[in-house]
Design a protein around this ligand. Structure first.
Ligand code: HEC
Length: 184
């Protein structure tokens, strides 16, 4: 550090050297620039990377697919249906089915508070609120106007069941309990 490197300005008698920045420091800076461009292109321009929220959604879908595959191999039980009802990706699929204006929502309303069909969020059930009761109701239908959904396949019935279980006892104000329903 010679005097040649002294910069011209002086503040309160303090002078400054004009030294080269150390190479190791410069390289951390250059690499950070290169990294940021690569990051931007990978995640935001080409979209080849998964942002955390996408990665999370994919993870949930994988978990849901694994459970659904397990269900396909085994007989459906209360326990397996309850597990499904805790999988956000399955419940989300079930919600899509339920809220479809031409499906469940047509008779139960999108919020499940009841219209032609009963309120599914209260504590009163005609055919029981055990997971297999609900599964059977959706699969085979019920004589009072509940349609059978056998022809929609097992995935449809499982997802719809998972959704109904997920909203159970949320008590959305709506249709009063049916006269033949029992408190569960
Ligand atoms: C055409 C109208 C209609 C559609 C569509 C319909 N439901 Fe129903 N649902 C009913 C009626 C009416 C009842 C009551 C049946 C009875 O009293 O026998 C019922 C009963 C039920 C019950 C039993 C309630 C209890 O108290 O035991 C469940 C669960 C149910 N529906 C879920 C669904 C789901 C899930 C879907 C969509 C996959 C759906 N329903 C589609 C009309 C419908």
């Amino acid at each position: 550090m010679s005097n040649e490197n002294l910069r011209e300005h002086t503040f309160d008698g303090i002078q400054e050297f004009d030294n080269r920045l150390p190479n190791w420091w410069l390289w951390t800076f250059y690499l950070a620039c290169i990294f940021s461009i690569a990051y931007w292109v990978h995640y935001h321009t080409l979209g080849t990377g998964e942002l955390p929220i996408e990665a999370y959604t994919i993870e949930q879908q994988v978990a849901a697919a694994r459970l659904e595959a397990e269900l396909a191999k085994n007989p459906v039980t209360d326990e397996l249906l309850l597990k499904l009802a805790k999988e956000p990706a399955v419940v989300a699929e079930g919600a899509k089915i339920f809220k479809d204006p031409g499906k469940c929502a047509l008779c139960h309303k999108p919020d499940a508070s009841g219209l032609v069909g009963p309120n599914l969020t209260d504590a009163y059930w005609i055919y029981g609120n055990k997971p297999m009761d609900i599964y059977t109701t959706i699969r085979d239908g019920r004589p009072g106007g509940m349609l059978a959904h056998k022809d929609q396949g097992p995935l449809f019935i499982q997802r719809a069941t998972a959704y109904v279980l997920s909203i159970m006892n949320t008590n959305v104000p709506g249709k009063p309990p049916e006269p033949n329903a029992k408190k569960q």
